[in-house]
Design a protein around this ligand. Sequence first.
Ligand code: AMW
Length: 160
Amino acid sequence: MRPVSEGDMLTLRFGQHLIKASAVFLQTELSFALVNRKPVVPGHVLVCPLRPVERFRDLQPDEVTDLFITAQRVASLVEMHFNATSLTIAIQDGPEAGQTVKHVHIHVLPRKTGDFERNDSVYDELQKQDREDEDDPSKWRSEEEMAAEALDLRKQFEEP
Ligand code: AMW
């Protein structure tokens, strides 16, 4: 599962969104990881299959393998990079589970002591984020900010 450098990446599809190469920090044979335009906590990133299928059940076994190995690598990296001590890893699989982008994605959120007064509020924030996300672009991060974060993370994957 060789990382692909930014120069080799094309624009990738994430459901209805076209994701610039600058926001993608890891691409493997069957998966990619991107920074979030509206993170719930610092370092909240997404890991997706390259094939834009809607539901987890739509993935082939080799895609599930690649997706979860990629998520494991990404999770370890963002936990360290954002000085966290734990992780929330979640898939909202279907609209009733809160999925808004119709393309399977794993949320990876670095967690720290005291980041939420009530631990499970992280899930409320994920729900709230999605509702606000679609209709309030002023809350999205700038392309420059996202590119800078992706560059930082990409460099770490490229280190020998
Ligand atoms: W889902 O509600 O479908 O489980 O989560 C969608 C996630 O994708 C949210 O965290 C949202 O902030 C993020 N997101 C949506 N569109 C983009 C985009 N164009 N670039 C980066 N992140 C995005």
